[in-house]
Design a protein around this ligand. Structure first.
Ligand code: UT7
Length: 355
């Protein structure tokens, strides 16, 4: 059976930076609390839609793979913050990217979305159904950021990352995947007053991200450690063979605990949560792109990606990198510029007024 592998990668972070000091000005929190509990120092706030972030990341990934948009047969946009419910964010990205020969759809597995997307697209390539796919992880969770909910408002940020998948040559490519869900724990992490529940509350309530932080934390440590270890075993690798772990960036303490369970030394773990916070489905493709840019992934490296999130969902993928760690070409795609600060963007969000 042929394997799928990553041949292109790219990211898109909106320019407006929201620091912990900015948050101290608008809610009852401190830089010290946020840093010590989560490891986050700042995050990005998007002045454009999720599909715009996704398009720029995907254009950069296509250039890195040296492919034209018409070569793509599947576009998966992994997100829980699409521009609208219909059409999918993927439809908007389809048009902006010009992937005229691709089927396009969204995939919502919250923070685990990218691992689910990588697994599905990889399986379609392995089965011979398609040859080339773009998988994007993108979020604009600032749309649901509610200053009244300080326990979640400080954690999330906006951004996108994308990869191109093609059939592997030689023995590189996706070696194994491990996916799981526990729907009984669904209410532990939720965005309220969205979907068909939107506007049904009386008095009207704004959407908000609600999380039972400690319970989610406990489950995350257990499932991320188990899923990453499973995928290593299924790949026929030893834990020592893992060259780099690219974990979901939700909390530096969860990442440290996962690495400890896998007995991985800190230099084998990629962490960038301080700069972007939790960008949900986008954390792994952003971190993967930065790990390549930083020279942390070498030809032939054994890469393990692992995520955990709302659902509750979890998943991991093990991949042997190919010989090319440089992009074939660099795209000049960019977002429309903005002069607005992150707080100005947040304060300018439209709000419904009663009734
Ligand atoms: O990506 C999807 C998966 N997400 C995760 O995996 C996140 C998992 N959970 C976590 O990362 C952590 O639980 C948090 C970072 C969310 C919270 O850390 P914690 O150590 O579990 O804190 P806590 O929720 O138990 O809250 C401790 C205290 C509370 O005060 P009391 O009741 O002890 O007096 C909170 O009211 O911290 C208070 N608190 C805050 N204080 C200052 C909650 N949010 C804030 C805040 N600033 N922003």
């Amino acid at each position: 059976m042929r394997r799928a592998t990553i041949t292109g990668w790219g990211k898109c972070l909106p320019p407006a930076v929201l620091t912990n000091a900015d948050l101290e000005r608008v809610m009852d929190t401190t830089d010290d609390w946020i840093t010590s509990r989560s490891g986050i120092k700042e995050r990005r706030i998007s002045h454009v839609e999720a599909s715009d972030l996704a398009t720029v990341a995907a254009k950069r990934a296509l250039a890195a793979a040296g492919l034209e948009p018409d070569a793509i047969q599947l576009l998966l946009v992994c997100t829980c913050s699409p521009d609208r419910l219909i059409p999918s964010a993927a439809s908007f990205v389809h048009a902006k990217l010009g992937v005229v020969n691709a089927a396009a759809m969204d995939l919502n597995a919250a923070c685990t979305g990218f691992i689910y997307g990588l697994s599905l697209a990889g399986a379609m390539i392995s089965s011979g159904t398609i040859d080339r796919a773009v998988v994007v992880g993108v979020e604009k969770l600032s749309a649901f950021m509610n200053f009244e909910e300080r326990s979640t408002a400080v954690l999330f940020g906006d951004g996108a990352g994308a990869v191109v998948l093609e059939p592997a040559e030689g023995d590189d490519g996706i070696l194994a995947v491990d996916l799981g869900t526990d729907g009984n724990l669904a209410e532990l992490l939720t965005v309220t007053h969205t979907g068909t529940e939107y506007g049904r509350s009386y008095p009207y309530e704004e959407p908000a991200i609600l999380m039972e932080g400690r319970e989610v934390f406990r489950n995350a440590v257990v499932q991320m450690g188990a899923s990453a270890s499973n995928v290593v075993a299924e790949s026929g690798l030893e834990l020592d063979d893992v060259d780099i772990l690219i974990p979901h960036q939700a909390n530096v303490r969860i990442i440290d605990a996962t690495a400890k369970r896998m007995k991985l030394p800190p230099e084998k773990v990629y962490i960038n949560i301080a700069s972007y916070g939790n960008t949900s489905a986008a954390t792994i493709p952003i971190a993967l792109t930065e790990a390549l840019e930083d020279g942390r992934i070498r030809p032939g490296a054994n890469v393990v990606m692992v995520a955990f999130g709302g659902g509750l969902t979890w998943g991991a993928a093990a991949l042997r990198w190919g010989s090319r760690i440089e992009p074939v070409a660099v795209s000049d795609a960019a977002l429309a510029p903005t002069d607005m600060t992150a707080l100005e963007i947040l304060e300018a969000r439209p709000r419904r007024t009663e009734p």
